[in-house]
Ligand binder design. Structure first.
Ligand SMILES: [Zn+2]
Length: 134
């Protein structure tokens, strides 16, 4: 379980996406190289819901090709919580399908101080992922 290095500008992009899509959750993927996040790829929340998110299979496929085409790998999956803390919900755990990616959650629960945290979600368990914001 390694650290994910991520620029503050990428964190800001995720928070901006969360604010644009509120009250629904936003979601997307982050491409990276050698444990360093490089690019935010916005996705559409197919659920269009304030309580859950999903990226449909066709969009997942398209984004993965974009990530690989850029010479990156899937470093993280992100989504927002507009009313709750930046911590995985039971739904997030149940639906987590990428054991090798960090799950980033951006919380807007405190509108003046959005919080982004990272987690590993594997085999139904949650572990904190260390983010090194640069
Ligand atoms: Zn969630």
């Amino acid at each position: 379980m390694s650290t994910l290095r991520i620029a503050q500008s990428l964190i800001d992009e995720i928070v901006a996406h969360a604010r644009e899509d509120a009250p629904n959750e936003c979601c997307g993927m982050i491409g990276g190289v050698d444990g360093e996040a490089r690019t935010v790829y916005r996705a559409e929340n197919a659920e269009a819901s304030p309580l859950r998110y999903s990226i449909d299979a066709g969009e997942q496929f398209r984004l993965m090709r974009e990530i690989e085409g850029a010479g990156e790998e899937l470093a993280a999956i992100y989504h927002s919580h507009t009313k709750s803390a930046a911590y995985p919900s039971q739904t997030d755990i149940n639906l987590a399908g990428w054991p090798e990616a960090v799950y980033l959650i951006a919380s807007l629960a405190d509108a003046d101080a959005p919080e982004v945290r990272g987690f590993w979600i594997r085999d139904g368990g949650i572990a904190d992922a260390e983010l090194r914001v640069e």
